[in-house]
Design a protein. Structure first.
Length: 201
């Protein structure tokens, strides 16, 4: 056995098959979505007065402050679900056919506000952050952490899965896309509040 062949055999024993990481195209797609929706959200809340920040179109409709808090909470909870739940499940690449095509589904259907959902108790606003600057600073830190994770992770996000209430089975990458799509959905909700004829000038 020549030295090169022997070395390859030793390496194959010492390092069995590596888990697949994201492709560069997948990384860039997710980072592009995350950067774009980061800017959309921050632009939507920039320069608001306290009256605008807290204005409620009606008692049962969230204010900009409440929607923004929901976005910030959800960012943290979905990211935690990816790192502490999705990636702790056994790798099951045989499930990939079940989630085929769901990248676009997550990005498109999440943003469609013609269908409304009731937020679970844990994601409802309770004034966790006292002011707009404090909340937006927290959001920026969370989103930048998410972007850095996507840019650098070697996790095999495509081989780990978790059920979603609406989309059913999603892989880890699709849960990352959901972070972006969810903030996009609710940034549109913020714009709806701002478009109310009684929104403070």
């Amino acid at each position: 056995m020549n030295k090169l062949l022997m070395a390859s055999v030793v390496l194959s024993i010492a390092f069995p098959a590596f888990a697949e990481t994201l492709t560069q195209v997948e990384r860039e797609r997710a980072m592009s979505e995350l950067h774009a929706t980061r800017k959309q959200f921050l632009d939507s809340v920039a320069g608001l007065s306290d009256a605008q920040w807290n204005f409620k179109p009606s008692p049962d409709v969230w204010s900009v402050a409440e929607v923004a808090e929901h976005i910030a909470i959800s960012e943290d909870m979905i990211f935690k679900a990816v790192t502490e739940r999705v990636m702790k499940t056994p790798a099951t690449p045989e499930k990939k056919p079940e989630v085929h095509g769901k990248d676009e589904l997550v990005l498109e259907k999440t943003v469609d506000r013609s269908t409304k959902f009731q937020a679970p108790e844990m994601l409802r606003p309770t004034r966790r952050w006292p002011t707009e600057p404090v909340l937006t600073e927290h959001f920026k830190e969370s989103r930048d952490r998410t972007i850095a994770y996507v840019e650098n992770t070697q996790d095999d996000l495509r081989d780990h899965f978790l059920e979603h209430p609406a989309f059913k089975l999603l892989d880890g990458y699709q849960w990352i896309l959901l972070i972006s799509a969810h903030s996009h959905r609710h940034t549109l909700q913020i714009e709806e509040v701002k478009a109310n004829p009684n929104f403070p000038k």
